[in-house]
Design a protein around this ligand. Structure first.
Ligand SMILES: Cc1cc2nc3c(=O)[nH]c(=O)nc-3n(C[C@H](O)[C@H](O)[C@H](O)COP(=O)(O)O)c2cc1C
Length: 185
């Protein structure tokens, strides 16, 4: 027997993206976003509410970065998802996050989060909340690389569990993509 839960925004896994921006005066902000994902080779799509300071900043500066939340910074990553820079302008400072300007786009990188996408705004529709960004660069700290590649075991990204309102660490490797299915071809 299956149980029906009705229409819910539930999938596994959901990302924990930390979107960082500058406002018109160059003050950095960041927010937590679970509703998003890759939508083309060099595009990311997200559902961001128009009232967020982040959205105002993206529309003003045309750029943002998307860092992967990690297990080492759960509290700070949750904090930026429950407090708005509309109310607490020094939000990033309170979170304990420091920033450095991206070399590629007009947006900050969060120093404490070691992997990020650096993006330019393509479009935003206020009614549907849909935001599309062009991925201009992906950067990662050397400390999370193995053999020159991003190593999820070192990055320890977290995912959002929308059913239980929890953050989970990524689990172990269980297969090889584009390969294991060949056994049934
Ligand atoms: C786990 C989690 C996931 C969230 N996902 C989204 C999302 O996908 N879209 C959105 O608009 N807000 C989302 N939020 C809410 C924003 O992060 C929150 O409203 C934040 O305070 C906005 O900050 P800002 O006004 O400084 O930009 C999420 C919050 C949490 C805690």
């Amino acid at each position: 027997m299956r149980k029906n839960f009705g229409a819910k925004p539930w999938t596994y896994p959901q990302p924990v993206f930390i979107i960082a921006t500058y406002d018109e005066d160059g003050i950095p902000d960041a927010m937590n976003a679970a509703w998003g994902g890759i939508s083309d080779d060099t595009q990311i799509a997200m559902c961001l509410s128009a009232g967020h300071k982040t959205v105002k900043n993206i529309l003003a500066r045309g750029a943002f970065t998307v860092s992967m939340a990690d297990a080492a910074h759960v509290t700070a990553c949750d904090y930026v998802g429950i407090v708005s820079a509309n109310d607490v302008p020094e939000k990033l400072e309170k979170a304990g996050f420091n920033t450095t300007q991206s070399e590629f786009v007009d947006a900050p990188l969060i120093d404490e989060l070691p992997m990020a996408l650096e993006c330019r705004l393509v479009s935003y529709d206020e009614e549907s909340c849909r935001l599309i960004g062009e991925i201009v660069n992906v950067s990662a700290e050397e400390s999370i690389l193995s053999d020159g590649k991003i190593d999820p075991a070192k990055l320890e990204p977290i995912i959002f569990d929308p059913v239980n309102n929890a953050y989970l660490k990524l689990g172990e490797k269980v297969g090889h993509a584009f390969k294991d299915g060949m056994a049934l071809k």
